[in-house]
Write a protein that binds this ligand. Structure first.
Ligand SMILES: N[C@@H](CCC(=O)N[C@@H](CS)C(=O)NCC(=O)O)C(=O)O
Length: 199
């Protein structure tokens, strides 16, 4: 049985979403947050102490999008990764954009808030300006599109939707452009996403 190490509100939401989309059986181990302070046994398994991780038999995987690629290989017919002849570069651009580029801004904003920096602190203003610029790129890509990486749901969407979800939790969703808002609302309404959120 697949075992997901999950911290509610964290990137493990991506893993649960993919498992639900693919209809795979799994069990959830819920971690206290942050795992590095709350979960000494987990730190032995994963010294980086980050969520998520996935145990699949003898395999122990970290990195949410690597876990996604591993799960997608179990059900290639679901088309979560590019099919032969499809535009792999666009798919990979948006896959990386979600985790590296958008999540950088979100994670930095979360830390600024944790340390209670005033919203008008130059660091916070710079972070928000950086987030707005990144969102402009996504907004342009999403013109006339329901999915960011292909003509159907792929891991690129799973990657990009998580930072948009975090924006809604942080009260930053007013920064989304109209195409990004429609994109987020459309994908967040999927039953598999809602089932993942409920775990
Ligand atoms: N690139 C990694 C990032 C993992 C990560 O930073 N997870 C956060 C939660 S979303 C975490 O566990 N943070 C705990 C900490 O910073 O101590 C992935 O995609 O899995």
């Amino acid at each position: 049985m697949l075992k997901v190490f999950h911290a509610p509100g964290s990137r493990s939401l991506r893993v649960l979403w993919m498992l639900e989309e693919l209809g795979l059986d799994y069990e959830v181990v819920t971690l206290g947050y942050p795992p590095r302070l709350k979960e000494p046994d987990y730190v032995k398994l994963n010294p980086a102490a980050l969520a998520p991780a996935l145990a699949d038999g003898d395999l122990f995987l970290t990195e949410s999008m690597v876990i996604g690629a591993h799960l997608a290989r179990k059900r290639p017919e679901a088309g979560l990764t590019p099919r032969p002849g499809e535009d792999v570069e666009s798919y990979e651009t948006w896959l990386w954009f979600g985790e590296a580029t958008l999540m950088f801004s979100i994670a930095a904003i979360v830390r600024a808030r944790r340390f209670k920096l005033a919203e008008d602190h130059p660091f916070c203003a710079d972070l928000e300006a950086g987030l707005i610029a990144r969102l402009a790129s996504l907004e342009r890509r999403l013109q006339g599109r329901a999915f960011v990486g292909a003509d159907r749901l792929t891991l690129a969407d799973v990657s990009c939707i998580f930072p948009l979800y975090r924006m809604t939790v942080l009260g930053l969703d007013h920064l989304m452009g109209p195409a990004t808002r429609a994109y987020y609302d459309g994908l967040a309404a999927r039953p598999a996403f809602q089932a993942a959120l409920a775990r």
